[in-house]
Design a protein around this ligand. Structure first.
Ligand SMILES: NCc1[nH]cc(CCC(=O)O)c1CC(=O)O
Length: 313
């Protein structure tokens, strides 16, 4: 017999956030038929600032901090984060307790004329505000013109036409969760565009002392996804990267062991440092991959980028 609870779920109002929230509620409901759920919508500062590239507004976890404060105040019981938007450290008193099976981790190219990356014309205009994507695209194709675009997924898809772009790059996971996977021209190979740490993973956060909720979230957790999340976030934490630095990391299970790949690049793609590590313990493997990046000078690349970034305000 489980306890009967009325669970309040804090969610940003974006279509993607609401979609992900409803999906997780359905999954928890299936495990706890007696529980009742209610969505508490929240508008964050990050949702209000729409026209400035995220890399310029600064502040780690722009969308996440206010949601964490709301959870700590007790405005709601859990929230569903896109893990890649969650800074390396979560707020004291909260835990990331639920990791449903990962959606597609790769970045997707959506091109106007259906051409894959390798066939785009010289000087093609590619829309992305992600320094990580820009750096890797330029490393593969230095001729490309990177055009900053921001906004929700549907806004960015529209800008493909209105901003006269040849292609845009988005996380395949977000597109698929919205039911728009059919728009994808090409999934970019992991060795062409290594994803952001946590891309495609949902991380469900709740208060660290909420025992019955912790139990339910543990039941919907996929062990391989959780291990990948831990390894990738250990790598990120050791590199101390904010969204101002092109950092990528991806972990997957191979033959029972965890394989982590990491990348640090200069924004122009001229310098790209790669490293990998294999092992059993998720955090240890992530740390080892980070150390191998640092041994190749990643700190200098990160330091150079951070020095050029505008001050956080
Ligand atoms: N930075 C915004 C963001 N946060 C999570 C996703 C997509 C879903 C995911 O990666 O889990 C996106 C959109 C994108 O990067 O294209």
């Amino acid at each position: 017999m489980t306890d009967v609870r009325q669970i309040r779920v804090i969610s940003r109002k974006s279509q993607l956030a609401m979609q992900q929230t409803r999906w997780v509620i359905d999954a928890v409901q299936a495990l706890r038929p007696d529980w009742r759920f209610e969505i508490v919508p929240i508008v964050t500062q990050g949702d209000r600032i729409q026209n400035v590239p995220l890399s310029e507004v600064g502040g780690k976890g722009l969308f996440v901090t206010e949601v964490e404060q709301a959870l700590l105040r007790g405005d709601g019981d859990f929230t569903v984060h896109s893990l890649k938007d969650v800074p390396a450290e979560v707020a004291p008193g909260l835990v990331l307790a639920g990791f449903p099976a990962r959606e597609e981790p790769r970045d997707a190219l959506i091109s106007r004329n259906g051409l894959p990356l390798s066939e785009l014309p010289t000087g093609a205009r590619i829309g992305t505000s992600s320094l990580r994507r820009a750096a890797q695209l330029l490393a593969a194709r230095p001729d490309l013109a990177i055009v900053p675009i921001r906004g929700n997924i549907d806004t960015r898809l529209r800008k493909l036409e209105t901003d006269d772009l040849d292609a845009i790059v988005l996380a395949a996971a977000g597109l698929r969760r919205m039911g728009w996977g059919g728009r994808i021209t090409e999934l970019l190979a992991l060795d062409v565009c290594l994803p952001a740490v946590g891309q495609g993973i949902l991380g469900i956060a709740c208060r660290a002392d909420d025992e019955s909720l912790l139990d339910a979230l543990a039941e919907l957790t996929d062990a391989d996804t959780k291990a990948a999340a831990q390894a990738e976030r250990a790598l990120l934490a050791r590199l101390e990267g904010g969204c101002q630095v092109p950092i990528a990391g991806y972990a997957e299970k191979r033959d029972g062991r965890l394989w982590v790949r990491g990348l640090v690049a200069s924004p122009d793609g001229a310098t790209v440092i790669r490293a990998e590590a294999v092992g059993e313990d998720a955090a240890a493997v992530g740390n080892e991959a980070a150390d191998r990046l640092l041994a190749q000078g990643a700190a200098q690349v990160i330091g150079t980028v951070a020095a050029k970034a505008p001050p956080l305000s």
